[in-house]
Design a protein around this ligand. Structure first.
Ligand code: F2R
Ligand code: MG
Ligand code: MG
Length: 349
């Protein structure tokens, strides 16, 4: 595919932060009229409001830990990443974390901890979390590693520090794969993009643990593949209502009900759509549409923002949005540092 440019790396990380910050306004809302979304986004253009008015939530707090760990260790180090999650939570516990994951983060802060994956395995009576907390912070894995095998392996392990159910960590793998393909220009051919994701997830979900979890949770044999097929069907239709998207893909806190939804948001908004302002570019359309779905808006917009940012690049991001969102400028700098890590020459031996 197209070489992964610096602009795309910066766009991916900044897009994720913007989605989280602007999406926080509507998280948990059942219905979000597009007029309210547009009004909210227009308020970001008001220069009098100063900088950093919209705070980031757990999505960005944990993504920052992933970025800092990957950069600091020049690769994946589970103990370092776990320590950063725990430290960040204890410094700022009010970022809107999921109610279950808080227990994991408290256990990870113990200096006596031997196996950093154990607290996640103890969640939900040993079944592990299927929440989207692993997926919401998965984008940096695609920005640190050029190799697909590394991305799949480390996105999975990075998510397993808090989410041991395969429905949770495979959502992170899917999100990282989507960012990886987008970074390389694959969204120029949307049908091929979705087909490639299906092929990759066929293998990922063929794993014994994934098949077992899907059976226990009474999901399709390969739940993410099934959702990706639904996306392909929705893409073939000339008109799709928000209600139909929610019914087919979901808008909830489970990774299965939000990662495919975020991917659909990006695909659907590749072209202008009725009901979205004509003045909006693709990234603005994607974020606005993600918010209009309601439900877990900060996380769906964060994940869609990362995939869309990797496609459109930093030039597509309105500067006023960056000024208004906490952590967006840091994310821009980190995008550049990850670009250097991604393109480093592998060391011999
Ligand atoms: N937590 C929220 N939003 C709700 C309240 C925030 C509000 N703004 C406030 O501060 O008052 N948002 C954030 O949480 C999501 C990511 O959650 P994560 O990290 O996956 O957490 P957890 O606790 O592991 O899972 C989330 C919930 O899913 C259900 N669940 C998961 N696995 C389950 C299982 N095996 N069995 C039954 N239920 C399971 C539970 O209800 C968990 O609490 C993001 O939206 C982020 O923005
Ligand atoms: Mg959040
Ligand atoms: Mg959320």
């Amino acid at each position: 595919g197209t070489p992964a440019s610096l602009s795309r790396f910066r766009g991916a990380l900044v897009g994720a932060v913007l989605g989280d910050c602007v999406g926080g306004e509507f998280e948990g809302a059942e219905e979000v009229p597009m007029e309210s979304v547009v009004q909210h986004l227009n308020s970001l253009d008001d220069e009098t409001k100063g900088t950093g008015i919209l705070e980031y939530s757990d999505d960005t707090a944990m993504t920052r830990c992933v970025v800092q760990s990957l950069l600091g260790r020049a690769g994946f180090d589970e103990r370092d990443m776990a320590r950063r999650f725990a430290k960040e939570y204890s410094a700022s516990p009010s970022r809107g974390y999921g109610s279950g994951v808080v227990q994991v983060l408290k256990k990870l802060s113990s200096p006596q901890i031997k196996d950093v994956y154990q607290p996640a395995k103890d969640q939900f009576n040993g079944r592990g979390s299927f929440g989207n907390g692993g997926a919401m912070r998965a984008a940096p894995f695609a920005l640190a590693f050029p190799d697909l095998t590394d991305i799949k392996k480390f996105a999975r392990l990075g998510a397993m520090l808090t989410h041991s159910c395969s429905l949770g960590y495979n959502g992170a793998v899917l999100q990282a794969l989507a960012v990886h393909l987008s970074l390389r220009g694959a969204l120029d051919l949307p049908q091929q993009f979705i087909n490639r994701l299906i092929t990759e997830m066929e293998e990922v979900e063929g794993d014994e643990a994934a098949l077992r979890d899907a059976r226990i949770l009474k999901e399709a044999e390969k739940p993410y593949c099934e959702r990706l097929h639904r996306i392909r069907d929705l893409m073939d239709r000339s008109k799709v209502s928000i209600e139909e998207v929610i019914a087919e893909l979901g808008n909830g806190i489970a990774a299965l009900h939000s990662v495919p939804t975020a991917i659909f948001c990006v695909l659907h908004c590749l072209q202008p759509r009725e009901g979205l302002p004509e003045t909006y570019g693709g990234l603005e359309r994607t974020v606005a549409y993600s918010l209009a779905l309601g439900g877990d808006t900060d996380t769906i917009a964060c994940m869609a923002g990362a995939i869309a940012g990797a496609h459109y690049g930093i030039e597509a991001v309105p500067p006023s949005w960056i000024r208004c969102c906490e952590g967006a400028e840091d994310a821009d700098v980190s995008g550049g540092l990850l670009h250097a890590l991604y393109h480093r020459t592998p060391q011999e031996g």
